[in-house]
Design a binder for this molecule. Structure first.
Ligand SMILES: Nc1ncnc2c1ncn2[C@@H]1O[C@H](COP(=O)(O)OP(=O)(O)OP(=O)(O)O)[C@@H](O)[C@H]1O
Ligand SMILES: [Mg+2]
Length: 350
């Protein structure tokens, strides 16, 4: 009967990518979390990939990133994005009211928590469950049991590094820091501007990072080169420069250290009992930025804990979130809607 209202749906509203999982269909969408809005009329013109393709092509088009640092900072646009994705991927789209589970940063403020709750109900949720990203990622990788076993996840995304120590299906301790892949992109833009006098778009810097990027000073790494196109800062004309692995390493040193510091901070809050266990458990890395070559080794060297890449698709959190609905049954515990989600939280509609 509930298929009529919409199949159970999980959404990972990332700062860079929104992912959606629909029951029995799997991950149905991975779209850039972007909207294109007309400056003149205020109308939304496109969302996701088509919106990204409009960047810089029409002076009337303003691109809006509704999710920053994992929170819906532009609530109307975040709601629009969620509503349209839910409708697009449900057969009876005009009346889709699925049970919805949304991943949230473990350190989300209650203001943003409420904003997301509001957006999700406006987007058609019949019932809403929020789950902190590290828990969702751990479930997605089949790492969590309901028992005392410890799992440590560091989800390193575009805007956030979210570290959680998990036991009994909940957070023992967690730490969220506002640093991630977009900081690396900005650092590359700044270096190329400083040293080559060329202004790059954030997308070009990201491409160079993915093509030749690696973590600084960890062992010997092959030096690779990538041509990137930008605008000459003096003449205003297009210019191509070649960016090397060494350039990227120099540029991203600062933000990479901040990411490692965030992992440190996430581990620091444990009791001595749990802390001792971490040595045998290690840290599992998820999120797009975890794929940066050498990052696991740097974390291993600086924390003394084993670290490895647990998910190179980026889908672990949304798959884990979907699993929450499957296993939590119809009546998971209801908590105060304003409290931050420590365990899984089902929030009532207000
Ligand atoms: N191979 C790669 N090497 C380095 N960085 C990568 C690679 N692939 C993706 N990224 C980076 O990962 C980031 C996106 O990761 P992810 O999809 O986990 O972020 P998000 O969930 O949208 O953001 P957040 O969790 O911070 O809200 C981008 O900054 C992207 O440039
Ligand atoms: Mg994410």
């Amino acid at each position: 009967m509930w298929d009529y209202a919409g199949r159970d749906t999980a959404i990972d509203m990332g700062s860079a990518t929104v992912r959606m999982h629909v029951k029995d269909r799997g991950v149905v969408c991975r779209e850039p979390s972007l909207l294109a809005r007309s400056r003149r009329t205020g109308q939304i013109l496109a969302l996701g990939l088509p919106a990204q393709q409009m960047a810089g092509r029409d002076s009337d088009v303003a691109l809006v990133r509704p999710i920053r640092e994992g929170a819906p900072t532009e609530t109307d646009e975040a709601e629009y994005l969620m509503r349209h994705l839910v409708r697009r991927h449900h057969r009876r789209h005009y009346m889709a009211r699925p049970r919805l589970v949304v991943t949230v940063p473990s350190g989300m403020t209650s203001v943003h928590y409420r904003a997301l709750q509001f957006s999700a109900y406006q987007a058609g949720a019949r019932r809403l469950t929020m789950v902190p990203t590290p828990i969702a990622a751990a479930i997605g990788m089949g790492m969590t049991e309901a028992g005392p076993e410890i799992a440590v996840i560091a989800d390193i995304g575009a805007d956030l590094t979210d570290v959680g120590v998990i036991a009994f299906g909940g957070l023992v301790t967690s730490h969220t820091a506002a640093v991630g892949g977009s900081d690396l992109d900005r650092a590359i833009v700044a270096l190329v501007r400083r040293e080559h006098g060329v202004t790059l778009s954030a997308a070009a810097a990201e491409e160079a990072k993915i093509a030749v990027g690696a973590v600084p000073c960890v062992g010997r790494q092959p030096i690779r080169q990538a041509p990137v196109d930008g605008r000459d800062a003096t003449t205003g004309l297009p210019r191509r420069v070649v960016v090397t692995t060494t350039d990227v390493q120099r540029a991203i040193e600062g933000p990479v250290s901040k990411i490692v510091e965030a992992v440190h901070a996430g581990l620091r809050g444990c009791s001595p009992e749990v802390s001792g266990e971490l040595l045998s458990v290690g840290v599992t890395l998820t999120g797009g930025t975890a794929r940066l070559p050498g990052l696991e080794r740097l974390i291993r060297d600086r924390t003394g804990l084993d670290a490895w890449l647990g998910d190179d698709t980026g889908d672990a959190a949304v798959i884990g979130a979907a699993d929450v609905l499957r296993t939590a049954g119809l009546n998971p515990p209801v908590q105060d809607a304003t409290s931050r989600p420590h365990l899984l939280t089902t929030v009532p509609q207000y």
